[in-house]
Ligand binder design. Sequence first.
Ligand SMILES: *Cc1c(COP(=O)(O)O)cnc(C)c1O
Length: 329
Amino acid sequence: MRIKKLHRINLGFFPTPIHELKRLSNFLGGPKIFIKRDDLTGLALGGNKTRKLEFLIADAISKNCDTVITGGAEQSNHCRQTAAACALSGLKCHLVLGGNKPKTYEGNLLMNYLLGAEIHWSGKFRKGEKIPEIVDKLIREGNKPYVVPYGGSNAIGAAAFVYAINELKQQQKKFNYKFDYIIFPSSSGGTHAGLIVGKKVFNLDTKIIGIGIDKEKIENELLETRILNLANEIANLLNLHIKFASDDVIVNHDYEGKGYGVINNLEIEAIKLTAKYEGIILDPIYTGRAMGGLINIIRDKEISPTSNVLFWHTGGIPSVFAHSKSLVQ
Ligand SMILES: *Cc1c(COP(=O)(O)O)cnc(C)c1O
């Protein structure tokens, strides 16, 4: 299949490494677990949004915008990587963050400040709902703003994960076996949509399972519907003549617990086990929850012990430093 080439700038270090988690696999007595280290993309402590921003910021620059605006939760990794991408591209950055200004800045929020982003507090709205108001104001003040949607999850941003599957296929040649599963945290849906498009384009014989992170809908849509629509939009954008159906999208909602960002034993155990057996840090909101899900799936024998699993580490490390109260007990 021929894929249309999109504008892209370089913001991170790719390919991100893949390696085996032997000690964790042994401890669990389950399948071979491998990890894809998107926590090591390099952009101000890394993460999956670096991939999306390579396309989004390129689009902003090609449209002659001078300001980027996006939104998310107080500890948004997406906002932090956007702030870093703007800093390195010479663009102004406005972030619309949920909650109210806290007394001290920690984790991602501290980094946003250091990276020079201008922060707007939006109270109970944590998914960029207030962006349009601020865009109007920015335009009135003579700026040319570019809106990056919540999680960077439109077709342009999510297309990055189509290319990420190509990257994975090149790396897979090194290993003698294929990955039966890819497991990762799925939240605004862009990562997930890009991966399933990539799977079809590059003929990857792997089951792609997103672990749901957020109970709440985005713009009134179920996560599955959003991922499906986004996958079809990406296919359009890239001039691919393929269409996706609902059974292409697998989201496991079993681990959403008390909702987005509510840290529980599931996340704490997963973070501690991965740290203790592999020297790898997971974050409490996304990767800790997804690894907790994977550990549970392995213990329940929903995955055969002879299979190979690739856990996609999507980053989020700075938020560990904002959650010591929940993590240390
Ligand atoms: C944003 C994010 C995700 C979810 O990716 P989506 O494309 O929004 O579904 C997962 N993990 C981390 C660490 C993130 O910051």
